[in-house]
Structures are given as C-alpha cells and as structure tokens.
Design a protein around this ligand. Structure first.
Ligand SMILES: *Cc1c(COP(=O)(O)O)cnc(C)c1O
Length: 376
C-alpha cells in the first residue's frame, strides 16, 4: 500500500502543468537517490548551502545564486535583498527585516494589470517588509513613480501576464539605465534553459526567481534565486542557518541535494529530444481523439506562458467547459488532471493537454478519460 493510499488519497496523471495544487512535478530516480543519500548523514549546513549556491550559479550561467524553499520564498527574499541593496546599510537591515519602520527606501513598485488577479505571488513582496506601490502600466508612469522611497521594481514576465503592460524586454533596460534595482519572478518561465540567465544577463535584471518544483523537476519545496552576487549574497545572509527573515524558508539538506541534482539534469538534457518526445505524445493523443464529432483540436508550438513546450488544445462541443471536463477526468477510474482556462483568461470551452509531466504510456489513459467525458 502506498503512503498516499494509507492517507486515503488516489494519485492521478498530470496532463496539465506542474501546479502546486497537483504536487508540483515528479522527481527522477537520480534526484530521489541524491535526496536519500543526503538524508543518511550529517554535514555542515553552512558549507553545504554555499556549495549548492556556487554550483547553482555555475549551472544556471549566473554570477550568483541561492536556493530557497520555493519561488514564493524567492519573491520574499529577493524583495528583502532589494531593500538591503537600495538602502546601503545592509548590516543593520539584515537583522531588522521585515520591520521597515526606519528604512528610507522601503517601497517596491509593480505594474497595475490583469495579472494581479491571475497570479497573486506579488503579495509575497510584502513579506519582506516592503510597501507595495501599484503603478500605471506604462514606461513613463514607472519612471515617474520612482522617488527617494523606492527600493526597486518587481516584474512578472510571460505574454499572458504582460498583456497591456510593458514587457520585461522593454522596461528592464530603461530601469537599469537609471540605476533602478529590478527583480523578476520567472517561476514558471522554463524551458528554455537559457531563461535561467536571460532576465539577468541578457536583459539586466538584478535578480530572477525560478521554481525548483515545477519544470526543473526538483523537490516541490525548492526555489532558485539568480543574478547579482551581492544580492544573492544578501538572500543567503538572510536565510538559514541565520535566525533572520529567511529562516522561515528553511531548506533541508535533502532538498538542497535533490535540487542541485535536478538542476544538473535539467540543464544537461537535450532540449530538442525533450520537445520532440512531448510533441509525439501529444500527436498520439490528437490522433486517438480525432473523429469524435464536433471536437476541434489545435497543436500549439509554445506553452500557455510562451515557454518552449508544445500544447494540445481541445475545443469541447456545445456548452461544455474545460473546468467541467477536468472535474470529470479527475473523478474517472484512472484519474487525469487536464488543463483548462478560467473564464477571465479566455477559452473556457477548451481543455489543454501538456505532455511535460507525462510518463511513458500515460497518453492512453489521458485519451481514455477525455474520450469518456466527450462520449458520456
Ligand atoms: C508557481 C509560481 C510561484 C510559486 O512557486 P513555488 O516554487 O511553488 O513557491 C511564484 N510565482 C509565479 C509566477 C509562479 O508561477
């Protein structure tokens, strides 16, 4: 009996995304083994944290890196690092955050936009003690909003989130020209692997944050902060084993070992092979579902957030909704989570199927569940 069965849960196939509510992603054998090895002996945690950070910087192509307990923790710690850097008295700030009562530059600016409702991780900026300031979505308004209380700007890339607001490509270079600190929450903007250094080295952001438990396929409770070494250094000084703000986002030796192994595998995997494998799986599902009356399908070259992964869109007939389809397939005998769009994101009458997390042979189960829904 599996641990999940013992607890009265039934595992399902993930044909959507590495959502947190689905348990993130699944780890490879090598990652699980690294975690098991790490769990069986004692090491000096301070040294382990440093070594993992160094290796993560190297593997991600950045000057600095720090591994924390998730991209959410990464947002909070990055915001704290912006406060330290902007105020030039980090020695004091490291010990007082999240109390910013006597901090001159205690404001972090974000764009006002539809994305604020879609992804609410911007709220975690406040965990650092920073005051959030919402700015109208233009370059000019952002530059005008910067004043003597500004610590920096936080951005949330992806075409879906950047609808109606300046994209990172447009705004980061302008901000950097004025010497304004910038952090980017790119938690789910993978693959391509090159995004691990795109926002920092190519666009010039000071920090970028990624989720370890999504596309990198590390432990669910890991996240990566990359960029400027001084700033990733603040993240580290704020964090465990020091009893400061980041102590609340403790990462165990097991997660550190699992994350760094997963990152190594992720950056070294052939992107073409991975993409082709996913595409073939989606084509197989598409062929099996072809011929069901009134069902239209479309194979997208890119993922929902513009990332490098194919996606199969299935438009459901009549009044059927994607949400209803997912509820059905999740309750099916061999349960499957399919993707769907909420009403505010358009296409409520469709589902999307993502093969990023499908294991060998799971395509058939996906087809069965969706077919059962359509033919009920
Ligand atoms: C998933 C996600 C997060 C949170 O990531 P965790 O690693 O689960 O903490 C933060 N920001 C964005 C944009 C995300 O997509």
């Amino acid at each position: 009996m599996s641990i999940y069965e013992e607890l009265g849960l039934k595992p399902f196939i993930n044909a959507s995304e590495p959502y947190t509510r689905n348990g993130g992603s699944v780890m490879s054998r090598q990652v699980i083994e690294a975690m098991a090895e790490a769990a069986e002996c004692f090491v000096d945690m301070g040294t382990l944290i440093c070594r993992v950070a160094e290796r993560a910087a190297q593997l991600s192509g950045n000057d600095g890196a720090f591994v924390t307990s998730g991209a959410g923790a990464g947002v909070a710690l990055s915001a704290a690092a912006l406060l330290c850097e902007a105020n030039k008295n980090e020695a004091e700030l490291l010990d007082v955050l999240p109390d910013t009562t006597n901090v001159q530059r205690n404001e972090i600016l974000i764009f006002r936009g539809k994305y604020l409702d879609i992804i609410q991780y911007w709220k975690l900026i406040r965990v650092s003690g920073a005051r959030l300031v919402l700015v109208d979505p233009t370059k000019e308004a952002m530059l005008e909003a910067v004043n003597e209380r500004t610590a920096g700007v936080f951005l949330f890339p992806a075409p879906m989130y950047e609808e109606g607001i300046p994209a990172c490509e447009e705004i980061i270079p302008v901000l950097k020209e004025k010497g304004i600190l910038v952090a980017v929450d790119a938690a789910a903007q993978l693959p391509p692997v090159s995004n691990l250094y795109y926002y920092t080295r190519k666009l010039g952001a000071d920090l970028a944050v990624f989720s370890g438990g999504k596309h990198i396929k590390g432990p669910q409770s890991t996240g990566l902060i990359v960029g400027n070494r001084t700033l990733t250094g603040y993240c580290q000084k704020l964090a465990c084993p020091n009893p400061r703000l980041g102590r609340a986002f403790k990462v165990g030796k097991e997660e550190l070992a699992g994350f760094i192994k997963a990152l190594e595998l992720f950056v070294n995997e052939s992107a073409d092979e991975r993409y082709q494998r996913q595409r073939e799986r989606l084509e197989r599902i598409q062929n099996s579902l072809a011929g069901i009356p009134d069902v239209r399908m479309e194979l997208w070259e890119k993922g929902r957030l513009g990332t490098e992964q194919p996606l199969l869109l299935v438009d459901l007939p009549g009044e059927k909704t994607g949400e209803e389809c997912c509820r059905f397939t999740r309750a099916y005998q061999n349960p499957v989570d399919v993707g769907y769009f909420k009403k505010e994101n358009g296409r409520p009458g469709s589902i999307f199927i993502n093969a990023y997390l499908l294991k060998d042979g799971e395509e058939d189960a996906v087809t069965d569940a969706v077919r059962a829904y359509l033919e009920q």
